[in-house]
Design a protein around this ligand. Structure first.
Ligand SMILES: *Cc1c(COP(=O)(O)O)cnc(C)c1O
Length: 822
C-alpha cells in the first residue's frame, strides 16, 4: 500500500492550509517564526516526536520553568500559615493568583463580577469533582443526573450520591433538558463543557438552558478539557444562569505545574457544599484535644471566603507560584486563550476535513469520526480533539491497538482505547451495560489490549477508539505528518490481492519438505536466545523445548516481570544451558559470566504475575540478582518457575488444554526462512520510496522463534518453500516428532528489538503492517505449535535436532486459510 500517487503532495497541502488559515494560525508570528518559538520552548523534547496528545496534557514550555526558578531564587516564599514576612508574601501571591485565574480563564475582568466567585485549590479536576461529590448536601430524594458521555471522574460522583440516598441517572443531552424533577431536595446536574474523547463542546450555553428549565438545580460543569484551549466566559452570561461548580486542571492548559487544579464555586451556591467530617490544619478555627470532642470549622459563617473551609493542610504554595509564572509565559507566547482558540481551531478544521476526505481505492472512507451529544442544538464549534476509528476497504473497523503500535514506531504520541469515557463507546458501538459486565467477567479491563468485543456471534464492535488532539503549540506539520502516516499505512490503494495462493496440497499428494535450520531456546523469559549447535539434539516436552522460559526477571519496585519491550537491553543477556556441567551460564557485554546450577530445589517460593497468571517461583540468589541489576541498571531479581508449576495457553480450539511455562502464548513458535527473506525483499523495495527506512536487514532472531525452517539446500526453485507456507500447515513432523499448529502468531512491537544490538528499530513491524495485515488488522508472522506425542515416534526421551528433515502437511483441503491479506 504505497502512497497513492493521485493524492496531493504535502507541501501543496501545507500552502493550501496557510493560505486559508491566514493570521488565525501561528499567533501572527508567521509560520517559520512560530516553528522557531516551538523549538526554543520545547527543544529536543518535542523535536524527535509528533505530539498529538494535548487533551491528555500540554508539554511544559522551558521559559515557564526558567521564570519559576528565577522567581524562587529572588524571593523567599514559605508556608502561608505563619506570620513571617515570607509567609505573608506567599499568601498575597496565592490570593492574587486566585483572582488571575478568574480573569484569565473565566473572562471575569471586572472585580465586582469576580467577587461573585471563589477559587478552591485542589490537586486537579478529579479532586475538585470528588470535593463536590463529598461535600454536596445530598438528601434522601436528591438527584444526581449526568450526561452519558462524561469522563469517568464525573461519573464517579454517583458513588457518593448513591451512598447518601440520592437517585442517580445517566442521560442523553435532550433527556436532561426535558426531565422533570421536583425541587424539594438538592439536585445536581453534571456535564462536560467539552467531551474529552471527541472534542464536542456544550460550553456554557447548554448549562444556561438547564438553568432555565431547572432553576433550583445546581450544575457541576467539568471544564477540564474545554479550558485547555479556550476560556469559559462567565462574564458573558447572567450569574443566575451560570453553573455552580466548575472543576479544572492547570497542566492541561500550561503543562507545568502538574498536580494542581481548582474548583470554581459560585458564592451564592456555596451553602450546598458542606464541610466533610474531616478537618485539618487550615480548615479549623478552634478544637478540643479530647473528649468531649468539639471543633469549630474555619469561618463557618457563609458568606466568608469559601476556599478556607475546603483547603485542608498547607496549600502547594510553590506550585501556585509556578502557575502564576506559567500563565505569564502562556500569555507571552500565545497572547491570550482567544488566540490559542483560533490557532487550534484552524488546525482542527483542516485535520477533520482532510481525514474525512481520505478514501480507499474502492471509494470507501478510511476514517469514521465519532461525535458526542448528537441531537443537541446547543453544540459549539468542537474543540481541538478528534476521536475516530479507522476503517478497512470493506468498512470493517481496524483495531486501535494495531494503530497505536504503528503510531509508536513512527514517533507519534496520541491516545487510544476507552479514553476514560465508557459512554462514548457505549453510544458509538451500541455496547450495552450488560455487555460491559460480561466483558469484565471474561477478564477484560480498561487497560488491556483487546480490540473487539468478545461475543462470538459478533466480532465487529471495537473496544477502543483513536484520539488525536492539538494545543497551543501544535503546528500544521504535526497535522500533515499524521495525515501522511494514515495514508501510508491505512489507505488501500489497490484492490485487495491475496499475496499468496492457498496451498494446493491435497492430503494424498506428497507433503512439502524442509529442514530444521535453527533451533533456539530462551531460558530466561525476554532475554537473548541460545542456539543449539548442529547435530546435537534437544529434548522436547509438552510445555516446549526443555529449559525454555523457566527463569524470569522481576522488577523489585513494581513487582512486574521484565520485558524486552520496556528494556530492549535484555536482548544482550545471553543465557545458555550447559547440560554436561549442569549449569546455566549467562553472558552479557562487559560482565563476567554468571554461572548458576541447573538443578535447584525450591526452598523459598514466591509468586509472580506473568501475563495475568499468578505462578509459583523460587529466587535464584543474591549474586544473580546483583549481576542482572548491575547490567540493566535496575533493581531486579532472577526467579525460576517452581518445579511442576505451569500455565495454560489460551486458544479457542478443540485442542484441549495446552500447558506452557513462561512463554507468552504457546509451547513452540515456528517461522520459515523464505518468509523472513520475503520481508527483507519488501523492505528493500520500499527503501527507494522511503529513505527513513534505512535499517539493517531483518534477522530471523527478532521473531524469537524456537524453530526456523528452510528449504533443503538441494531443492530446485520449484520444490522450495514459498514464503508464508507455514500459514497453511496443520501438522508437521521434525525428525521423528509431530507437532500441530495451534494458531498464527500475532505480533507486537517486540519484533522491533534488534537482538544483536539491543536497540529498537522500526522494522520489521512497519513493513509487516503494510504488507501482512489480516482482514481484522492483525499482524501475523509465524505459527504457534503444540507437541503431538501421540503421533510421534520413538520411545524414551523425545528430541529434535538441527538439520532434521521436516515434512509439512495441510489437512484443510482447498481451504483458503490466508484470505484477507492485502
Ligand atoms: C482530563 C479530564 C478530566 C480529569 O482531569 P484530572 O486532571 O486527571 O483530574 C476530567 N474530565 C475531562 C473532560 C478531562 O478532559
Amino acid at each position: 500500500m504505497e502512497s497513492p500517487s493521485h493524492l496531493p503532495r504535502i507541501d501543496e497541502k501545507r500552502e493550501e492550509f496557510l493560505r486559508a488559515a491566514g493570521d488565525h494560525y501561528a499567533y501572527g508570528l508567521g509560520d517559520s517564526a512560530f516553528q522557531q518559538q516551538c523549538t526554543t520552548e520545547f527543544g529536543p523534547s518535542l523535536a524527535s516526536t509528533t505530539y498529538l496528545d494535548y487533551a491528555a496534557s500540554a508539554p511544559a514550555p522551558l521559559s515557564a520553568l526558567h521564570r519559576f526558578t528565577e522567581k524562587i531564587r529572588s524571593t523567599l516564599y514559605s508556608n502561608p500559615h505563619s506570620r513571617s514576612s515570607s509567609s505573608i508574601a506567599t499568601s498575597l501571591e496565592i490570593e492574587r493568583c486566585r483572582g488571575r485565574i478568574l480573569k484569565d480563564l473565566f473572562g471575569l475582568d471586572d472585580a465586582q463580577k469576580r467577587s461573585q466567585w471563589d477559587v478552591i485549590f485542589t490537586a486537579g479536576a478529579t479532586a475538585a469533582m470528588k470535593l463536590v461529590a463529598e461535600a454536596f448536601s445530598w438528601q434522601n430524594g436528591s438527584k444526581y443526573y449526568y450526561l452519558k458521555q462524561s469522563h469517568t471522574s464525573l461519573v464517579g460522583v454517583r458513588g457518593c450520591a448513591l451512598s447518601r440516598g440520592a437517585v442517580v441517572a445517566a442521560m442523553d443531552v435532550n433527556d436532561m433538558l426535558e426531565c422533570s424533577q421536583d425541587d424539594s431536595s438538592p439536585t445536581l446536574f453534571a456535564y462536560p463543557a467539552q467531551c474529552n474523547a471527541t472534542g464536542q463542546r456544550l460550553g456554557l450555553g447548554y448549562g444556561v438552558q438547564l438553568k432555565r428549565r431547572h432553576p433550583q438545580a445546581c450544575i457541576l460543569l467539568d471544564a477540564a478539557a474545554y479550558l485547555s484551549t479556550a476560556i469559559l466566559d462567565l462574564a458573558s452570561i447572567p450569574i443566575n444562569q451560570a453553573p455552580d461548580f466548575i472543576p479544572c486542571s492547570f497542566y492541561k492548559i500550561v503543562g507545568y505545574p502538574t498536580g494542581l487544579g481548582c474548583l470554581i464555586v459560585k458564592r451564592s451556591s456555596a451553602s450546598y457544599l458542606q464541610r466533610t467530617s474531616y478537618f485539618g490544619g487550615g480548615t479549623i478555627d478552634a478544637i478540643s484535644v479530647s473528649s468531649p470532642f468539639w471543633s469549630q470549622p474555619r469561618r463557618s459563617v457563609v458568606p466568608g471566603p469559601i476556599h478556607e473551609r475546603f483547603e485542608d493542610g498547607t496549600l502547594p504554595f510553590l506550585d501556585i507560584i509556578a502557575l502564576d509564572q506559567a500563565l505569564d509565559v502562556h500569555q507571552h507566547l500565545y497572547q491570550s486563550q482567544q488566540h490559542v482558540s483560533r490557532h487550534v481551531s484552524a488546525l482542527t478544521r483542516f485535520a477533520t476535513r482532510e481525514l474525512s476526505l481520505l478514501r480507499h481505492a474502492n471509494g470507501c472512507p478510511v476514517v469514521q469520526q465519532h461525535r458526542a451529544f448528537s441531537g443537541s442544538e446547543y453544540l459549539e464549534e468542537p474543540g481541538p480533539t478528534i476521536g475516530f476509528s479507522l476503517l478497512g476497504p470493506s468498512s470493517e473497523f481496524i483495531g486501535h491497538v494495531h494503530l497505536e503500535q504503528l503510531a509508536a514506531i513512527n514517533g507519534f504520541q496520541m491516545r487510544t482505547g476507552g479514553l476514560c469515557n465508557t459512554g462514548i463507546l457505549t453510544s458509538t458501538f451500541d455496547i450495552s451495560d450488560e455487555e460491559w459486565m460480561s466483558e469484565y467477567n471474561r477478564g477484560r479491563s480498561c487497560w488491556d489490549d483487546e480490540e473487539f468485543t468478545s461475543s462470538p456471534q459478533d466480532q465487529t464492535r471495537p473496544l477502543g477508539i483513536v484520539r488525536i488532539s492539538f494545543g497551543a503549540s501544535s503546528t500544521i506539520d504535526d497535522v500533515l505528518q499524521w495525515l501522511s502516516f494514515i495514508r501510508r499505512y491505512f489507505v488501500v490503494s489497490e484492490t485487495v490481492v491475496a499475496l499468496y495462493k492457498p496451498l494446493s496440497t491435497p492430503r494424498s499428494s506428497a507433503p512439502a519438505a524442509a529442514k530444521l535450520k535453527t533451533l533456539m531456546l530462551y531460558p530466561i523469559k525476554s532475554c537473548g536466545g541460545q542456539s543449539i549447535p548442529r547435530n546435537s539434539s534437544w529434548q522436547i516436552i509438552a510445555t516446549g523445548l526443555r529449559y525454555d522460559r523457566e527463569w524470569l526477571l522481576i522488577d523489585n519496585a513494581s513487582r512486574r516481570t521484565l520485558s524486552q519491550k520496556q528494556y530492549p537491553r535484555m536482548a544482550l543477556i545471553r543465557p545458555s544451558v550447559d547440560l554436561k556441567r549442569r549449569k546455566l551460564v549467562v553472558c552479557a557485554p562487559g560482565m563476567a559470566d554468571l554461572v548458576l546450577p541447573l538443578d535447584t530445589s525450591d526452598e523459598d517460593t514466591a509468586s509472580a504475575n506473568v501475563c495475568s497468571d499468578i505462578v509459583a517461583v523460587a529466587p535464584s540468589g543474591e549474586s544473580a540478582d546483583e549481576w542482572f541489576s548491575a547490567f540493566l541498571d535496575l533493581q531486579c531479581t532472577l526467579h525460576r518457575l517452581s518445579a511442576g508449576a505451569s500455565r495454560h495457553a489460551h486458544f479457542d480450539r478443540a485442542t484441549g488444554s495446552v500447558p506452557i511455562l513462561l512463554s507468552n502464548e504457546s509451547p513452540f513458535l515456528l517461522i520459515t526462512q523464505p518468509s523472513v527473506d520475503q520481508v527483507n525483499e519488501w523492505i528493500r523495495d520500499n527503501r527507494n520510496s522511503d529513505i527513513s527506512a534505512a535499517e539493517d536487514p531483518v534477522h530471523p532472531a527478532c521473531f524469537r522463534a524456537n524453530f526456523l525452517l528452510s528449504s533443503p539446500p538441494s531443492s530446485s526453485s520449484s520444490s522450495s518453500l514459498p514464503p508464508f507456507f507455514e500459514d497453511h500447515v496443520d501438522l508437521l513432523r521434525i525428525g521423528t516428532q509431530t507437532f500441530q499448529v495451534l494458531a498464527r502468531c500475532r505480533r507486537c512491537l517486540m519484533i522491533c528489538v534488534n537482538q544483536k544490538t539491543g536497540c529498537k528499530t522500526k522494522e520489521p513491524f512497519s513493513c509487516l503492517a503494510r504488507k501482512r495485515k489480516s482482514a481484522r488488522g492483525k499482524i501475523e508472522f509465524g505459527v504457534h505449535l503444540m507437541w503431538r506425542e501421540d503421533l510421534s515416534e520413538g520411545d524414551g526421551e523425545a528430541t529434535v535436532c538441527v538439520g532434521d528433515a521436516v515434512t509439512l502437511a495441510s489437512l484443510r483441503e482447498g481451504e483458503e486459510g490466508g484470505a484477507g491479506y492485502s
